[in-house]
Design a protein around this ligand. Structure first.
Ligand code: SD4
Length: 351
């Protein structure tokens, strides 16, 4: 237990440190040093992105602590922010696209390599559960737009209005300037974030905070889920990384699992979560794998230094890792020893 506490303290102390690479020119940038000591969890365990991951993990823990399956746990966890009306980046009350439509993206993967996803889904409050139905009840992986909605309704999901008065007001405020700049961790106002909105807080990603959640059950089986309303004020039809298997989420039960948050285009370009898992397969720790996946984005596209992307990973042995381009990315961890841990991830650049 003492070791465990020290490990966690070490990770917290490491979080927020500027990596040695941060002051260097991008031409010099290579793999960053490993400043954060990884936290190793005991199975069953669950990790998820951002501070709303704490509540999601607790819902997942309800399943895991009773001997339940990791797949059920990640679905239960993902449904928490989907239902949270104060959260404007996942599920109901998510900020709409440029034209006022709330369009949701989600994906899920189980321990057998099964996967399901929906993209651009409207009017359904729990896209993660529709993604699971795609996985379990169709021969397909990804359903989009009207087809995804039709499938959801056929499966018994009730269509409803997802645009709340608050998110409509934020959209109408944004329309006054219609400024479209997919950045993260920037000043309030670019995206119509309201005072008091969680995106109004320093260090939180301004217009897009996805939940990615990864769990290992008592059997040692891994599953993952990822769900988002995507980038606020996005072009109609824009799909991010979250429903793209290998980009926003990847699970290999022999190796580990990874998920991402931030500007999805950069994650798709680099097939980020698959990359993290493959690097783990080749022997890197989850922390080193997340660092290399971030480094690859920044090396390939120096302009990415102005964007936010974060990765979170969990290995088959319970080791965790997280890393981001910008500071401000945090993640929640939960196992029998402690159910409400929240850690700041280290990053290439410091705000
Ligand atoms: C997207 N990656 O649609 C998602 C949004 C996100 O933190 O992760 N925000 O690009």
């Amino acid at each position: 237990m003492t070791d465990r506490r020290n490990l966690i303290r070490g990770a917290v102390a490491g979080a927020g440190l500027v990596l040695a690479s941060a002051g260097r020119s991008l031409a010099q940038f290579s793999s960053p040093p490993h400043a954060v000591r990884p936290v190793r969890l005991q199975k069953p365990c669950v990790v998820s992105t951002w501070d709303f991951g704490v509540a999601a993990n607790l819902a997942a823990w309800e399943v895991l602590s009773k001997g339940g399956r990791a797949l059920d746990a990640v679905e239960a966890g993902a449904r928490v922010p989907e239902a949270d009306l104060s959260n404007h980046s996942v599920g109901r009350a998510g900020y709409p696209d440029r034209d006022g439509h709330v369009t949701l993206d989600a994906s899920i993967m189980d321990e057998t390599g099964g996967c399901g996803a929906v993209a651009g889904l409207e009017h359904i409050a729990h896209p993660i559960s529709v993604a699971r139905r795609v996985m379990e009840r169709t021969p397909h992986v990804l359903l989009v737009g009207d087809g995804a909605l039709q499938f959801a309704i056929e499966q018994g999901f009730a269509p409803e209005e997802l645009l709340t008065p608050e998110s409509r007001a934020a959209w109408e405020e944004w329309r006054k300037s219609s400024k479209y700049q997919p950045r993260a961790n920037s000043e309030v106002g670019d995206y119509g974030a309201q005072k008091g909105d969680r995106r109004d807080r320093p260090g939180s990603a301004n217009n897009h905070d996805t939940i990615g959640i990864l769990a290992m059950d008592a059997n040692g089986d891994l599953s993952g889920a990822c769900t988002t309303s995507g980038m606020a004020w996005k072009l109609r039809g824009r799909v991010g990384d979250s429903p793209i298997i290998g980009a926003g989420l990847y699970v290999d039960n022999a190796v580990g699992a990874a998920t991402s948050t931030g500007v999805g285009e950069e994650v798709i370009r680099n097939v980020g979560s698959f990359l993290v898992v493959e690097l783990m397969r080749q022997g890197r720790s989850p922390q080193a794998a997340c660092e290399e996946a971030v480094a690859r984005i920044v090396r390939r596209k120096p302009q990415a230094r102005d964007l936010q992307v974060g990765f979170l990973a969990l290995s088959k042995s319970g080791e965790t890792g997280a890393f981001a381009i910008q500071s401000g990315f945090n993640y929640a961890l939960c196992d029998a020893a402690s159910q409400k841990q929240l850690l700041g991830a280290n990053s290439v650049y410091q705000a």
